[in-house]
Design a protein around this ligand. Sequence first.
Ligand code: HEM
Ligand code: HEM
Length: 238
Amino acid sequence: MNIFDILLVVPTQYTLAFTNLGTKDLVSLIHPAIAVILVFPIIGIVSNFAWQTRQRRLAIKDGKKSKIPSVVGREHVKLGRWLTGSVVGVNLIGLAYSIVYKNFIINFKRDSLDTNQAIIITLIFIATIASFIMLFRAQPKLWRGIFATLSGMGLIILGAQEGVWRLSDQWYWSHYYYGMGVSLLMIFSLAIIEDIYKDRSNRWRNVHIMLNCFALLLFIGQGITGARDLLEISPIGK
Ligand code: HEM
Ligand code: HEM
């Protein structure tokens, strides 16, 4: 291909550089790209700090001196907050893509879009994001509980909409169910931060460890099922 061919071909392509993919496919890649670039590295950092926090606490409990600095706990929580934000963020982007492209736009083209329903779904998106932001700001236990419940409910209601690829008959390897699972677990972790610190019996701490070790397994599953879905769900094309 010489320079003249390139000058002719590039502007006439619907999207640059791709043979089969169209703009809608590129939009669908925003979600996996953010997950790979942002979420998974944060999972690594959070897990590393989690391990150090535990090692330090157990060493001090046994009366030994720990070489691990005391900030690891705080750093784990700081990055943990970022993890919760980014996981719920990519979840909402994934849901928004499916709902907009595979429900709103398809039904609009078929003249079968229920406008009232579309408005309500959009409002639920806004309400979910608002309660999630409030969860980060809320201090009293009651409000943390309320905003965590509202954020979780919002995600579940949005996930139940037409267009979302749930794979319900094979829930045990469904990217959707794993994604909802990790999002709810991250929201729960955020909601119980104060309880972990205040509880002298370490009950909340142990609950947190058990649930989030399970979350780690779900995250691995999320990487595998997400990569599978990139192959499984056919590109919409140009
Ligand atoms: C992959 C996800 C996560 C894993 C595997 C994980 C695991 C752990 C572990 C092993 C500990 C140390 C417990 C001990 O002292 O024995 C810990 C502490 C803690 N985690 Fe997480 N965690 C995760 C995510 C989060 C998130 C998202 C938050 C909140 C936003 C969070 C908040 C906390 C808090 C407040 C502590 C106590 C820290 C301290 O003692 O200074 N964690 N976590
Ligand atoms: C923490 C990480 C992730 C979460 C919470 C998450 C969550 C979700 C959710 C809730 C959906 C909507 C369900 C649907 O309509 O299919 C979705 C869709 C999807 N996700 Fe993820 N995901 C994550 C990571 C990934 C990764 C790493 C990949 C690929 C490498 C990926 C690829 C996809 C694909 C291909 C879809 C289907 C989009 C479509 O309907 O065309 N996801 N994800």
